[in-house]
Design a protein around this ligand. Structure first.
Ligand code: PAF
Length: 303
């Protein structure tokens, strides 16, 4: 495994690898890796060359958010990267990614407005900017994202399409702890009491799924019950709970075939997000296992 910090060196490595006809799979991360990241790396390992970036991106954090305290453990991350057989860890410095005078952000309109965009208004332009930069530096054929950040994944798919990045964006299912809590680097902020309290989110998701499976389609009706489940937990404060269209991420009143239930809840000071797709169709989550040129044109979709 090689660690690259220099942007030019990364670009040269990728140029050379692509010239050899190899497929580069890319997993962008902010480090503090967990099993969710491991599932992305395992998917990426199916291709010729696996690049993972570790970069805590300042521009996606709001002024009062946790950029400084965001958990970091490079030694552990590198150990996990070795175990997952990553070829290249790209770990640039903030000063190189954002040199003095940096002024360019990427706004993906509409998709960024709802859900996390409501309480984190500049978050997605920071995410889209860093991902666009990383795409131009790592030059992957394939980039792999977790569906826990469903809105982020939708925005990146849209950005890739709109800006003609010749990259397949693959979404991978949420990985959960045994008790249902979605894996997140931020789970580490939770103390024991808060960790217990955090389970209200999975209980709420389960409630919504049960109601949907029993025929509920009116989103107000489902949301009312879901809110009740979360509000029963004293340590929780709802940021949002919404049911939206899976493509546009706009709120919907009645679920036709499919919808996204998306939740953001503070447990103490920690903001946790989670989601699930409510769907009529019993479609197993499809994962792409082989990459062919024609897939590029179709644009792989995992949901
Ligand atoms: O999902 C994340 O960890 C980050 O938002 C990403 C995609 C690495 C961009 O900084």
């Amino acid at each position: 495994m090689r660690i690259i910090k220099d942007i030019k060196e990364m670009q040269m490595f990728s140029d050379k690898t692509r010239k050899q006809g190899k497929i580069i799979a890319f997993v962008p991360t902010m480090g503090f890796l967990h099993d969710g990241h491991k599932s992305l790396l395992k998917e990426g390992r199916k291709y010729d060359c696996l690049v993972m970036s570790i970069f805590v991106n300042p521009t996606q954090f709001g002024p009062n958010e946790d950029y400084n305290s965001y958990p970091r453990d490079m030694e552990r991350d590198l150990r996990i990267a070795e175990e997952e057989k990553v070829d290249i860890v790209f770990n640039p410095e903030v000063k190189d990614m954002y040199p003095d005078g940096f002024k360019t952000y990427v706004e993906v309109k509409d998709l960024s407005k709802n859900l996390c965009g409501l309480s984190r208004p500049s978050h997605f332009q920071g995410v889209a900017a860093i991902v666009a930069k990383l795409f131009n530096i790592v030059k992957p054929n394939i980039a792999i994202f977790g569906q826990k950040d469903f809105q982020q994944m939708s925005i990146i798919k849209k950005m890739a399409r709109d800006l003609n990045f010749d990259i397949d964006i693959i979404g991978m299912p949420i990985v959960r702890e045994k008790d249902g809590l979605a894996m997140s680097s931020r789970n580490t902020y939770l103390n024991t009491k808060e960790r217990d309290a955090s389970l209200c989110i999975y209980r709420a998701i389960t409630k919504a799924k049960n109601m949907f499976n029993k025929g509920a389609r009116d989103t107000d009706e489902i949301l009312k019950e879901v809110r009740k489940v979360i509000e029963l937990e004293a340590a929780s404060k709802i940021d949002y709970i919404k049911i939206c269209d899976i493509e546009t991420l706009e709120d919907i009143k009645i679920i036709k075939n499919k919808a996204l239930l998306a939740i953001a809840v503070f447990i103490g000071k920690t903001r946790l997000i989670d989601n699930c797709v409510l769907s009529d169709m019993i479609t197993p989550i499809t994962k792409k296992t082989n990459y062919t040129d024609s897939d590029k044109e179709i644009g792989f979709k995992s949901v």
